[in-house]
Design a protein around this ligand. Structure first.
Ligand SMILES: [Zn+2]
Length: 533
C-alpha cells in the first residue's frame, strides 16, 4: 500500500493531482521500477484528488472538488483475470453490493474486442455484460503516442434505482504509435502493439462508493459528510477541500492552485463567518487527521489571514450586491473586479444573472489567469521574483553541464524553482560522485564568469527540435515554441531549451553557484538542489 501523494503533483504540466495513477506514471513508462521502490509489482493507494473542472457542479448529487480515490495498480504483475476477480470480490463480498451490469470494449477501428474480459465476467456469473465503444471504454493514448487499452466498468444501483458507474478498471495493454484521434478514426495505418509490460490501473471514488453502500441518493448524505453539513453542501465541500490544499502547502494566490484555493475560501467566507469556518476545520482535522497527519499543520492561520484580507472588501461588495434584485452582466462583472467577489459568490447572492453573457465576460478574465497558470508551471517557477529568475537561468546552465559531465543521455524529469533554491530532477542511473559534483559546480561557475548572453527566439517546434533544444520528458508544446539560448544562438550554443522564461540577460548576474544536495527520487531519477550565493 503506497501512501497518497501530495495534491501538488511532481509533474509541472498538471495543476493538481486528479487521479491515483498520477504518482505512478514513471512506473508505467519504465522510468522507475516498482519492485525496487515498493518491493512488489502490485500496489494499492487511497489518493487525495482534486478536480477543478467540477467546481461549478458542486452541490448536485455527485460532484465534489476534493475526493478520495481508491485504486489498485499492477505494473507487469497481475493481469486481466486477477484484476477483474479482485474487483468482483471486493464489490460483491467485501462491500456486499449487487453489480447491476459491467461494460467491456466492443472492438472497433482495428482494435480487437475485449473478449478476455467478457469471458472472465461470464465465468464469475455476471449476466449483464454490455459492449461499448472507443469513446466510453477505451483509454488513451494521450499525446502523440503512448500506452492505451480497453477498460471495464462496474455499475451498481443507487437508492433511486439509477445505475451509477462506481469503478473503472483500465488495462494498459497496447502501445499505439499515433494519437487517440488517429486511433479513433480507424483509417490510420499506424501500428497498435502489445505493451511489453501489461499494466492495470483502477479508480473508484470513495464518496460514490459510500453513497451506494449506505443507500443514499447523494454523496452529501453519506457519513463522510454528515459531520460537515451544518451550512450546506457547498460549504461542506469547499471547507474540506481548502483544508487538504492548505495542508499540502497551497496558499491563497491570484494564480495557479493558489487561485483555486482562494476561490473556495472566499466563497465559504461569503456564506459563513470565520468562527464557523474554524469550527468546520476542527471537524475535518478530527475526521481525517489520523489518516492524513499533514492536516495537523496550521490551517486556521491561513484562513484567518485570508479572512482579514478579504473580510472588509467582501462586506462592502456584498452590501453593493444586495442593492440589486436582478443584475446585469456589466454591473456583476464590475463587482467581481472591484471587490474581488468570485463569480460563485455573485451567483449565490443574486439570482437572474444572464449567465452566458457573464461567462463570456468571465472567460476573458480566465484566459488571462490561465496564461498565468501556464507561465508558472511550464518552467516550474514559483514566481517571477529576481532571485527566482536568476535560479531559473542557473537551472538551464546546470542541465547543460550535467549532460557534459554525465553524458548526453541525461534528460530533465522535473523542476521546481523558488526564490531560495532550484530543484532539478534528471534521468541518471547512479549516485553522482564527489568529483562529478565538484566538476559540475566548477563548469557552471565558469559559464557564469564568461558572462554569456541569454537570448530568446520564437520558432517552429520542428525547427527547435532539429536544433536539439532540450524539452522536458512528457511535456506538451504547441507548433510555435520559444527557445532560450545561452552562449550562442544556434546549434553550438552552450545551452538551448524549450522554455517560456523569464531569464536574466547575462550569466554574470547570477553570482556563485553551489550544489546543496544530490539524491535519488526514484529508480533512475536523481535530484539536485542548488543555490546561488
Ligand atoms: Zn526554463
Amino acid at each position: 500500500m503506497v501512501a497518497s501523494s501530495s495534491l501538488i503533483p511532481n509533474d509541472p504540466s498538471v495543476l493538481l493531482t486528479t487521479a491515483g495513477m498520477q504518482q505512478f506514471k514513471p512506473y508505467y513508462t519504465g522510468v522507475s521500477d516498482t519492485q525496487a521502490d515498493f518491493g512488489s509489482k502490485n500496489t494499492v493507494s487511497i489518493q487525495k484528488s482534486f478536480r477543478t473542472t467540477d467546481i461549478d457542479e458542486v452541490g448536485d448529487e455527485t460532484h465534489l472538488t476534493f475526493f478520495e480515490m481508491l485504486g489498485n495498480f499492477s505494473f507487469g504483475g497481475y493481469q486481466k483475470e486477477e484484476a477483474i476477480k479482485l474487483a468482483y470480490e471486493f464489490i460483491t463480498k467485501e462491500m456486499n453490493l449487487l453489480i447491476s451490469y459491467v461494460t467491456i470494449f466492443e472492438g472497433s477501428a482495428g482494435v480487437p474486442k475485449d473478449l478476455e474480459s467478457k469471458q472472465i465476467w461470464e465465468s464469475l456469473g455476471v449476466e449483464d455484460i454490455r459492449e461499448e465503444g472507443m469513446g466510453d471504454v477505451f483509454w488513451g493514448p494521450t499525446g502523440s503516442a503512448g500506452p492505451c487499452g480497453p477498460t471495464t466498468e462496474i455499475y451498481c444501483r443507487n437508492a433511486q434505482g439509477k445505475d451509477v458507474e462506481i469503478w473503472n478498471v483500465v488495462f494498459n495493454q497496447f502501445f499505439y504509435l499515433g494519437t487517440r484521434e488517429e486511433l479513433l478514426s480507424g483509417t490510420s495505418d499506424k501500428k497498435l502493439e502489445p505493451l511489453p509490460t501489461f499494466g492495470v490501473d483502477t479508480g473508484m471514488g470513495l464518496e460514490r462508493l459510500a453513497m451506494i453502500a449506505q443507500t443514499k441518493t447523494n454523496i452529501f448524505e453519506t457519513d463522510l459528510f454528515a459531520p460537515l453539513m451544518a451550512h450546506g453542501r457547498i460549504v461542506a465541500d469547499h471547507v474540506r477541500a481548502s483544508c487538504f490544499l492548505i495542508a499540502d502547502g497551497v496558499r491563497p494566490d491570484n494564480k495557479g492552485a493558489g487561485y483555486i484555493l482562494r476561490r473556495l475560501m472566499r466563497r465559504v467566507l461569503s456564506i459563513i463567518n470565520v468562527e464557523e469556518f474554524k469550527m468546520l476545520i476542527d471537524v475535518v482535522v478530527r475526521e481525517y487527521g489520523d489518516h492524513y497527519p499533514e492536516l495537523k499543520s496550521p490551517i486556521k492561520e491561513v484562513v484567518i489571514k485570508e479572512a482579514e484580507q478579504f473580510g472588509a472588501v467582501l462586506e462592502q461588495g456584498l452590501k453593493e450586491l444586495k442593492k440589486f434584485k436582478t443584475i446585469d452582466t456589466v454591473t456583476a462583472f464590475n463587482l467581481f473586479q472591484s471587490y474581488g467577489l468570485p463569480l460563485d459568490v455573485i451567483k449565490d447572492h443574486v439570482p437572474g444573472l444572464d449567465q452566458k453573457a457573464f461567462e463570456n465576460e468571465f472567460r476573458k478574465h480566465q484566459d488571462v489567469s490561465r496564461a498565468g497558470i501556464a507561465g508558472k508551471f511550464s518552467g516550474g517557477l514559483a514566481d517571477h521574483e529576481p532571485a527566482t529568475i536568476k535560479l531559473h537561468t542557473a537551472h538551464h546552465l546546470l542541465l547543460a553541464v550535467l549532460q557534459q559531465v554525465l553524458g548526453p543521455q541525461v534528460k530533465q524529469r522535473g523542476s521546481n524553482i523558488n526564490q531560495e533554491r532550484l530543484r532539478l530532477d534528471f534521468s541518471h542511473p547512479d549516485k553522482m560522485t564527489n568529483e562529478q559534483k565538484k566538476k559540475v559546480e566548477e563548469i557552471v561557475n565558469e559559464m557564469i564568469k564568461e558572462d554569456l548572453q541569454v537570448i530568446k527566439r520564437e520558432m517552429d517546434k520542428v525547427e527547435a527540435e532539429k536544433l536539439g533544444a532540450e524539452h522536458e520528458f512528457g511535456a506538451k508544446y504547441g507548433d510555435k515554441v520559444s527557445v532560450y539560448f545561452i552562449g550562442g544562438e544556434s546549434n553550438d550554443a552552450f545551452s538551448k531549451e524549450f522554455c517560456g522564461g523569464p531569464h536574466v540577460e547575462h550569466t554574470s548576474e547570477l553570482g556563485h553557484f553551489k550544489i546543496l544536495k544530490e539524491e535519488s527520487v526514484a529508480q533512475g531519477v536523481r535530484r539536485i538542489i542548488a543555490v546561488l550565493e
